[in-house]
Design a protein around this ligand. Structure first.
Ligand SMILES: [Zn+2]
Length: 249
């Protein structure tokens, strides 16, 4: 896996040129928090990266329950049973293969690769809520890509690990907005309107670094985020106009 260090965040990337899948090691004083767990065959490379830094992984925090973000979870937890696992309560249900929607949630199907029932053996230790702290990280509810997606802000330097709330591969985009050269995150997105609201909320955190599931790190990303939000607004509103016209005629 490619290893890129920026401030307190190390980005690990599987297949950076072809189909980039990222996970992150967040460095604390004595240990590391792994944010996301990439693909099943990445466990060894993740542990090697931790060894290279010289600190143990003591926490695994998941942005959401899609297969390319939880792949190495079971293997890592099996090898290091004392590691604590964190995910939102909402996406813990997805992690267990339950795609049902809650009352009040947008009535579109949950997309993307979600594990089958009982396929993942690891049971989360902590079900996260908006505002929880995990070491230096602040958990921020970031629904849209999945109903229970979360982003994590490193409060020491305002680096934002946003999962798939944005992509930066093939150009920055809000989750659900298709980039033709890398359409996969958009194809796996549950609800575009919710994603847009989340993008606005994440922008308001004024991140100094944007770290996403797919694509390179972005320094001082605020203007790029504004651009992505404007594009998503244009796309969603023109769609709404079309639908309104259709209803009238
Ligand atoms: Zn993803």
């Amino acid at each position: 896996m490619r290893f890129v260090r920026e401030k307190t965040v190390v980005q690990l990337t599987y297949l950076p040129k072809v189909f980039p899948v990222n996970c992150y090691l967040v460095e604390e004083k004595d240990d590391l928090t792994l944010v996301d767990a990439a693909l099943p065959n990445n466990a060894k490379a993740i542990l090697q990266a931790a060894e290279q830094i010289g600190k143990p992984i003591t926490r695994i925090v998941l942005t959401h329950a899609h297969g390319d973000h939880i792949g190495a979870l079971d293997s890592l937890k099996q090898q290091h049973p004392s590691v604590q696992v964190f995910i939102s309560g909402r996406d813990a249900r997805l992690l267990n293969g339950d795609r049902s929607l809650d009352a009040g949630e947008s009535d579109s199907p949950i997309r993307g690769g979600v594990p089958k029932e009982n396929a993942i053996r690891t049971k989360p230790d902590v079900l996260l809520q908006d505002g929880d702290r995990i070491g230096s990280l602040l958990a921020v509810a970031a629904p849209g890509h999945t109903p229970g997606s979360m982003a994590f802000l490193d409060t020491r330097n305002d680096s934002l690990i946003a999962g798939d709330a944005f992509q930066t591969r093939a150009g920055i985009a809000v989750s659900g907005q298709t980039k033709l050269l890398f359409p996969f995150p958009a194809m796996a997105t549950w609800d575009k309107e919710t994603s847009l609201k989340t993008a606005l909320r994440l922008r308001d955190l004024k991140p100094t670094l944007l770290a996403v599931g797919h694509g390179n790190l972005m320094q001082q990303p605020l203007r790029a985020i504004e651009r992505a939000i404007a594009a998503a607004e244009r796309s969603l509103h023109s769609k709404m106009r079309e639908e309104n016209n259709r209803n009238v005629t």
